[in-house]
Design a protein around this ligand. Structure first.
Ligand code: SAM
Length: 221
């Protein structure tokens, strides 16, 4: 799906998020850097927007960081590398990798972020176990995503949003954008939080935006 859509992924992201994705990414990145982490993992980095934003923040705030962005799709990473090269960014490495089977040693990272990618993983429990394994004790894990909101105020905006996505999917004819509305509706945020708790991740905090459609979850190992 991503190999068919990578060239227009960034512009489509802006359109599908009604130009809110970068604002959300910034909030998530600020959460990631709260404890001034040194080694950060951006899981399912895609075209690298969250990793690049973290790198810009490292300059802005004077925090030295090393960022690794992993993704399973070669073409998405190609775009990420091109963007980082264009900005002369030297503190990100983009690497091919599977989020469910990461090649890093236990306790390798001070923090990890995963943006807009949870619904891609077939086994969320395994994913959470992997993240917990690779981050250090007290390390932070931040998730930015969208899903069916919990509160009733968000239900109508969410259905409108899903309809918007579905029309977009039909117009583009791309598999990714046809898959997105169903997978976004089906993703259960409550279940995800239960999985975080089951894996003994601590200090789970949820911040909601845009009627609760968009959210940031942060927790500590
Ligand atoms: C919707 S994109 C999100 C990209 C990026 N994080 C962002 O914020 O725009 C989802 C990404 O997950 C990647 N992906 C899907 N399954 C994966 C897996 N098992 N391991 C690593 N990456 C995966 C896809 O290749 C794709 O780049």
């Amino acid at each position: 799906m991503y190999s068919e859509a990578y060239e227009s992924y960034d512009s489509t992201n802006r359109i599908l998020s009604v130009f809110t994705d970068n604002m959300m990414r910034r909030k998530a990145a600020e959460e990631v850097i709260k404890k001034k982490p040194y080694k950060i993992l951006d899981i399912a980095t895609g075209t690298g927007d969250s990793a690049i934003l973290l790198s810009r923040l490292s300059v802005e705030k004077g925090i030295h960081m090393e960022i690794i962005g992993i993704d399973a799709n070669y073409n998405m990473l190609k775009i990420a590398r091109e963007k980082a090269n264009k900005e002369n960014i030297g503190n990100i490495k983009f690497v091919m990798g599977d989020a469910l089977n990461m090649k890093y040693e236990d306790n390798s990272f001070d923090a990890a972020i995963c943006s807009f990618a949870l619904k891609n993983f077939l086994d969320i429990d395994k994913f959470v176990r992997e993240v917990k394994r690779v981050i250090k004790k007290n390390g932070k894990f931040v998730v930015l995503d969208i899903s069916n909101p919990q509160k009733s105020i968000g239900k109508v905006p969410f259905y409108i949003y899903i309809a918007y996505m579905s029309i977009f999917g039909m117009l583009t004819g791309k598999k990714l954008y046809k898959w997105l509305p169903g997978s976004t509706s089906a993703f259960n945020r409550k279940e995800f939080i239960t999985i975080l708790r089951k894996n003994r991740l601590r200090n789970i905090r949820i911040r909601e935006f845009l009627f609760g459609i968009s959210y940031i979850i942060s927790c500590d190992k």
